[in-house]
Ligand binder design. Structure first.
Ligand SMILES: Cc1ncc(C[n+]2csc(CCOP(=O)(O)OP(=O)(O)O)c2C)c(N)n1
Length: 574
């Protein structure tokens, strides 16, 4: 059957049609005069795709990043030139570090104005290009309207293949207005790498030499079946599994083989266990600074443990660590292959796996703080929320209570339930929560934010209210400071507080001004009824928690840290 060629339409419309062909139904952005033809395309096809107008490009880019994390397909963000693009850069950097597929479209000055430093002109290949690795896997500029489908297809392939990540497509204003009759290209299905059979035999051989093996699951590119396969592999080999920094939903935290999160503020007992392991099998984790405790749990570049590293990006293998065995494979393929690896009848590390899990369970118990116990707050949130609730956070010590006390189910149960930046970007949690609530309106979304963190992107409360978001609760932990930095300050310069105090608004009044419900809470007892009412309200709700500024982490106080730094005794650690 021959398809009728499409009639000519502006390239801006062609771009929207091409996105629809990729299965995109939601895009995030802030408008600019540089891409009016695309906005007109969204209007033209408004019954099939929506453009979510945000209040800051940083918020829009975070939303697209969250969309990429949630769906496994590239998140879509549109911004205008210079100021829009630079505002969006935080989302790009986050997508890069988090290995999240995403396409950032940037309106560009008209071709006949290029290189004059025209209004808001930037050269995005220089700004975000591979020369400054850490922003984009590829930056393309579309000069010819008829080649737009080719560029978009390459953008999707590049974002999804190998180590997933962000791509930038630059769209000159005049190109977008040019008519084109080019057909759109089919939906991109990424090509994936498989582990070689010989390498799998080597995995088996190395595992059989171990006494204290440990598995770290991390990175992106996972799905339900892959997580299920990983769990079966862990069960048949009776291996303990820890989740890399902010990848805690990759392995069911309630499973008897679960060891805990291998990230910032790691359980010190778990850190010792990993140091003492004789084999580490890292599946999908990049083994970055946060997951390796600053390259100490696994000594760089040559770990003391036998190291097997499996990653989807060839360039990640051997980047830091000289491993004993490298496998280049996507997570789906790696998990399937591991699942098929026949286990011996008995393994010598059964007690080790049980005690690693017992350490994790013991770490869920804490002393209890007055008047507001954050551990109890997190436990209450999970107890009252539906099982498929999505949790989001940004950066700050407050997130440590989520990392330690929330028990994320594996992806095989409810898909992704954790949206959190491994890049450590403050301001991520609110827009990620808004994106999640827009994409999954039937699910409950809970955001935990610090007071510093929240106000970096709090304006996106308007985006949520404006788009009728209902099941979203933002819990703001107000300690009147950039607490994480204050903690480091007390360690390095005890008692010399500088640049870390915050003047805060009345967060509840602020939220109400955006059309949200809101409540201020100062005690543990007041939290449960307020959270329960928020869940039942069917309205977006902000819960403002007042936390004693001296409470630094789930393990220590500023007073203890200062005393330790001044030569006294502080036996706590974060
Ligand atoms: C965008 C961005 N700016 C600065 C930092 C450095 N930083 C990390 S944590 C932090 C303080 C976070 O404060 P808050 O949100 O109030 O949480 P708390 O640490 O007090 O729990 C800062 C400034 C960062 N990670 N991201």
């Amino acid at each position: 059957m021959t398809r009728a060629p499409p009639s000519s339409r502006p390239a801006g419309h062609l771009l929207v049609e091409a996105l629809i062909a990729q299965g995109v139904d939601t895009a995030f952005g802030v408008p600019g005069e540089s891409f009016l033809a695309v906005l007109d395309g969204f209007h033209q096809h408004r019954d099939r795709i929506r453009f979510i107008t945000c209040r800051h490009e940083g918020g829009a880019a975070f939303m697209a990043e969250a969309q990429g994390k949630l769906t496994g397909r590239p998140g879509i963000c549109f911004v205008t030139r210079g100021p829009g693009a630079t505002n969006a850069s935080i989302g790009l950097h986050t997508a890069f570090q988090d290995s999240t597929p995403m396409v950032l479209f940037i309106g560009q000055v008209a071709s006949d104005q290029r290189d004059r430093e025209a209004f808001q002109e930037l050269d995005y290949r220089q700004v975000f290009g591979p020369g400054t690795l850490g922003f984009a896997k590829w930056v393309g500029e579309v000069q010819d309207a008829d080649r737009l489908p080719e560029y978009l297809s390459r953008a999707f392939h590049t974002a999804l293949q190998g180590r997933p990540g962000p791509v930038v497509l630059v769209l000159p204003e005049d190109m977008l207005a040019t008519p084109s009759a080019a057909p759109v290209l089919p939906r991109v299905e990424p090509a994936t790498a498989w582990p070689a059979p010989g390498a799998l035999r080597d995995v088996r051989r190395l595992l059989l030499t171990a006494r204290y093996p440990f598995v770290i699951a991390g990175g992106s590119g996972w799905d339900g079946p892959a997580c299920e396969a990983l769990q079966r592999f862990a069960e048949s080999w009776q291996l303990p599994v820890g989740c890399a920094f902010r990848c805690q939903d990759l392995f069911d935290n309630r499973h008897p083989n679960y060891a805990g999160d291998v990230g910032i503020g790691i359980n010190p007992v778990l850190a010792e266990r990993i140091r003492g392991a004789d084999l580490v099998l890292a599946v999908g984790a990049r083994l970055g600074e946060m997951t390796t405790g600053g390259y100490t749990l696994l000594k760089a570049p040559r770990p003391e443990q036998t190291l097997i590293h499996i990653h989807a990006g060839a360039e990640e293998l051997g980047r830091v660590y000289a491993a004993d065995l490298l496998l280049h494979a996507s997570m789906q393929n790696a998990a399937k292959a591991l699942d098929a690896l026949s286990a011996p009848v008995t393994v010598p590390w059964v007690d080790w796996t049980a005690s690693v899990h017992a350490d994790y369970e013991a770490n869920l118990v804490e002393e209890g703080a007055e008047p507001l116990d954050m551990a109890e707050v997190v436990k209450t949130i999970q107890r009252l929320s539906p099982a498929d609730t999505l949790y989001t956070n940004g950066a700050g010590n407050y997130a440590g209570w989520l990392h330690r006390f929330l028990r994320y189910p594996g992806l095989q149960h409810h898909g992704r339930t954790q949206l959190a930046p491994t890049a450590g970007a403050m301001g991520y949690g609110v827009p990620a929560a808004v994106a999640a609530a827009l994409l999954y309106p039937r699910r409950t979304v809970v955001n935990l934010a610090g007071d510093g963190d929240f106000l970096m992107t709090g304006q996106e409360l308007a985006t949520a209210a404006g788009h009728g978001v209902r099941r979203l609760i933002s819990v703001v932990v107000d300690n009147g400071s950039y607490g994480t930095i204050r903690m480091h300050q007390e360690r390095m310069y005890p008692g010399r507080v500088s640049g870390t105090g915050l003047f805060n608004p009345d967060f509840a009044a602020l939220a109400r001004a955006f059309g949200w419900r809101a409540h201020t809470i100062a005690t543990t007892a007041a939290f449960e009824p307020a959270f329960d009412a928020a869940l039942r309200s069917g309205m977006p709700t902000l819960l403002h928690l007042r936390l004693d500024p001296d409470v630094s982490t789930s393990r220590t106080t500023l007073t203890a840290i200062r005393r330790g730094a001044q030569g006294g005794h502080d036996d706590s650690s974060t």
